[in-house]
Structure formats: C-alpha cells, structure tokens
Design a protein around this ligand. Sequence first.
Ligand code: NAD
Ligand code: UGA
Length: 468
Amino acid sequence: MGAGYVGGPTMAVIASNCPDVQVTVVDINDNQISKWNDDNLKNLPVFEPGLAELVERTRFKNLHFSTNIEESIKKADMVFISVNTPTKKKGIGAGNASDLRWIESSARLVNRYAQGYTIVVEKSTVPVKTAAAIEVILKSISSDLNELENHKSFDVLSNPEFLAEGSAIKDLQQPDRVLIGGHKKSAIEALEKLYLKWVPGEKIIKTNLWSSELSKLTANAFLAQRVSSINAISQLCEVTGADVQEVAKAIGKDSRIGSRFLNSGPGFGGSCFKKDILNLVYLCNHFGLSEVANYWEQVISINQHQQNRIYRVIVNKLFDNLSEKKIAILGFAFKANTNDTRESPAIEICQKLLEEGAVLAIHDPKVSELKISQDLGKKPYISRDNKLKSNMNGVWSYAKDIEESLISADAALILCEWDIYRKVDWNQMSKIMRSPSWLFDTRNIVDEYSVDRTKINLWKVGKGNLNE
Ligand code: NAD
Ligand code: UGA
C-alpha cells in the first residue's frame, strides 16, 4: 500500500528478485497509479537510477500497479504499508508528532478486506509502538461484516526501509542490513524467506517490534546529526582559514568515525530527516525526557542556521543588494539523482533571494517547472522572448539549460551536486556572466583551479581564506 518513493522502488526490487511472487502496488491516488502504468517509462512518478529498467522487466508480469485496493488486499498473503507519515500540522503534537492518519486508514482497509491469515508489514517510518495500534485495529471486528467474513487473523511486523533517494535501487539490491521486528517467529521467517532470495542471511537482523521501530528513527537522527556536525564545523573553517573537505578527510580516516556523510552542504533536505527527528523529539518529551529532546532538537537548529547563513553570504557578497540581480540556481532537488524536492534547502533559499528582489533562473535536470512553481508558491515569469530582463524584481524563470541560466547573471548558486554541474566550463561561462560575477558552491563540487583563471569570484562552503 502506497506507490510513492518507497513503495514503488521497494516492490520493484522484490518483484525482480522473486519472480514466483505476485506483487501489486496500490494507491488511493489514481494519477500516481496511471503514471506507474504509463507506456513511456520517462513518465514514472519517481526518478531513480535503474528503476525504469527494473519496472520494464517486471511490470505486467509479476509487478502490478492498481487502484483496486479491495481486490488486492483480498488476494494478499502479506501487505506492506508504505504510506506517508508526515509531521502533524494541527492539534496535539502539531509541528512534531507524526500524522498517522494514512497508517490508520491502511490498517482499517486491511482489517476490512483481508481474507484468512495475513501478515501486515510496517514499512513506513513510524513512532515507537505504532505496531500496537495497528494490531488493535486489525483485531477489531468490523460491525458490517458477517461472522464468516470475520474469520481472519493477522500478524504485524516492523520492517523499516533504509534506502536513500538517488541510490534506492542499489540500496535495495545490496542493503547494509534488513531489519525485521516482530513477536511471532513464523511471521518473521515468512518475511525473511522473501529477502533471502537476494540478501545474505547474515545481513538480516531480527529484533523485537519496538527496537525495530526505534532503530529507524535513530538511524535517521544519527545520519542527520553527522550532516549538522560537519555543517557546524564548515562555518568555523570559513573564519579560521581551514578547509572543511580537508578536515572531513582527516577525521573520516579514523575508522571509528568513518568517511561517509561528512560532506558539508546547504543543509540537509528530504522528506524524512527533519520529520523523523521532530518525531523523536516529540517522543522524548512525551516520556518526560526533555534533556534528550533538547539534544536532538539542536540537529535541526543547526540545519536551519546553515540554510540561513548561505542566503546571508550571497546577499553580503553582492553588496547587500539583490534587487534586479540575476542569479542562476543550479539544482532544485534536495540532493542529486532524484526528482524529489521535499524539504529541499533550495526552496527556502530561493524564497529568501526572491524576497530580496533577485531575479532567479532556476535549472534542475529532473525537477519540472510546475513542481518548482508549487514549491515556491509563485508562478514563473514568462516573457515573450523567454528571457529575463534586468529591470525586474523578485521573479523567477525555468532555465532549460545551464548556459541559458547564466546569461548576464551576476551570480551562480550551486545547491545540488548533479554531475553536470561538476562539468561546467567556468572559463566560457565567465564570458556570458555580468562582471563582477560570483559563483557560490554550496556542495564543494567546483574545481577551484578551473575558476582561478576566470574573472569569477568563488565562494565555497567551509573554505576559509588562508590569508585571513
Ligand atoms: P510518498 O508520499 O512518496 O508515498 C506515499 C503514498 O502512499 C502516496 O502516493 C499516497 O497516496 C499513498 N497512500 C496514502 N494512504 C494510502 C492508503 N490508505 N492506501 C494506499 N495508498 C495510500 O511517501 P514515501 O517517500 O514513499 O514515504 C513512505 C514512508 O516511508 C514514510 O513513512 C517515510 O518516512 C518512509 N521512508 C521514506 C524514504 C524515502 O526515501 N522517501 C526512505 C525510507 C523510509
Ligand atoms: C535518508 C537516509 O540516508 C536513508 O537511510 C533513509 O532511509 C531515508 O533518509 C529516509 O528515511 O527517508 P535520503 O533523505 O533519501 O535518505 O538521502 P540522504 O542521502 O540521506 O541525504 C539527506 C540530505 O542530507 C540531503 O539533502 C543530502 O544532500 C544531505 N547530505 C547527505 C549532506 O548534506 N551531506 C552528506 O554528507 C550527506
């Protein structure tokens, strides 16, 4: 249940590794399902390297996308709940707690339509003890069913997903580990049997339900904490003449620290880090652990600070005035190799630049103009000749290529580490930009020697000036 960023890729990988298993992905959103069934694989709703090929091989064979939830649940031996669990917007816990309405409605649908024995697998990220609520819902007897139809039984498992967007297929094919939490040995073994088709047994960890649910929130909190830690150090590097990439390399060689997740950037984005930490904070407060809650809250504060300070650096370097200045935004997704923009740092940074009067030419290889427009809450400016004029204020347009975004630009801002941005010829670009021009590299992907020979001024996150 749930044909989103997790449900789609996860089930495609299960289908491809288990040809004898029929997998049906259902969603309440018709539009989403039609995109998954589109003949043109470029129209799949999720972009992930390798996903389209997998879908092409398995779709209409043992991988199906459907809106017929009732029939699909009736036929299922195992139901994976992969629905959204965003932060609650209203009521108790608003701004922190998870909104579990989609989990609850999924459990109710399973309760209503399942036949015989069904294993219900919690794949969504949920607060600890959610499985207990699902169990209660599943065990409740629907008043509109007759006694015969109520002959059904369930076991609930927790099987959190650890894939990262942009590398989802690789992460699913070769996971660091698969975590299965549950009370019932036979149910755990049934799910394990599925994974054993392609995951080595020693990588499958079995725990109790609550450890499994909590491990998912903890893993995301630890990963986000590393990003906030290196981002905090990036600012110190800038004022001391140190270089955050050198520091990251030096500390990452310590096997106790490890080298991954030490890239300083514009702050973490994505649909999960912030919401999962907020959820952790809510849980800690709920159990009266205010010091623990405060500790984790700092990870989010530093992230917010990083986004704010990058916007301030740009304003400051452009003489504290962005009015009518053209800035090329390179990358709008929250990271490279995905079309997902949820919580992308680009959204808030662009909104602030627009408030200052900047004229933005936004480029991203996979994010559509419509998505950017929805995220910014502002329609693009479209002139008859499709060009931005220099006498405009606080408008944006969609740039079809990098060069178009840089024509007469006062600055370029790299927000995402897409490979094509590594390959830009800044020597050529300096000729089409307006001088004095700036390049703000928030991902540390530009080779500074290639910019040294141009008229462009370069700012890199976490890169201090040796002479200061
Ligand atoms: P998503 O918003 O992309 O997809 C969720 C889908 O569930 C939507 O298409 C929605 O229409 C559908 N849905 C809601 N209620 C339904 C119902 N009753 N029946 C059928 N479909 C229903 O979300 P996502 O990014 O795939 O995340 C899903 C869960 O997985 C979340 O809990 C998230 O925290 C977790 N997670 C996400 C990622 C990631 O990289 N995005 C990674 C690991 C875990
Ligand atoms: C993250 C986790 O990595 C997954 O294990 C988890 O399953 C998933 O959240 C989830 O629960 O949704 P994801 O958000 O897709 O995956 O992507 P990450 O690679 O973790 O990146 C998150 C953010 O941190 C991005 O904005 C990225 O640019 C940023 N980041 C990451 C850095 O700034 N520096 C780094 O070194 C690493």
